[in-house]
Design a protein around this ligand. Structure first.
Ligand code: FES
Length: 108
């Protein structure tokens, strides 16, 4: 039997500016970076896989985030490391909007 996904509340949609990144802490998960494009929302771990940098303090160019420390880039859709010195992917999470709120979907 397929289990219903667990939803963790992240924030209000209205707290996210298009083209911006917000750092969010949710119990039981590492710090998260929440990205808002025009109509889409993405979630990754906040900490860069190359060092102790916060991706939410980085720069968002379309669906690519650039780390503020060494400039490594990641796809916010897939987590793929796109440019040196970032080589390991950052973990991504599924975002779901329900009404005016953003949730992170955890599937067992
Ligand atoms: S800490 Fe992010 S690229 Fe080095």
């Amino acid at each position: 039997m397929k289990m219903a996904p667990e939803l963790k509340r992240i924030c209000e949609v209205s707290e996210l500016e298009p083209g911006s990144i917000k750092r969010v802490e949710v119990e039981g998960l590492p710090p998260l970076a929440v990205y808002k494009l025009d109509t889409e929302i993405f979630i990754t771990d906040d900490i860069c896989t190359h060092g102790q940098a916060s991706l939410s303090e980085g720069f968002l160019e379309g669906d690519v985030v650039e780390c503020p420390i060494h400039g490594g880039c990641f796809s916010i859709r897939t987590g793929e490391a796109l440019s040196f010195p970032a080589t390991l992917p950052v973990r991504t999470y599924k975002a779901r909007v329900v009404g005016a709120e953003v949730f992170l979907e955890i599937t067992a």
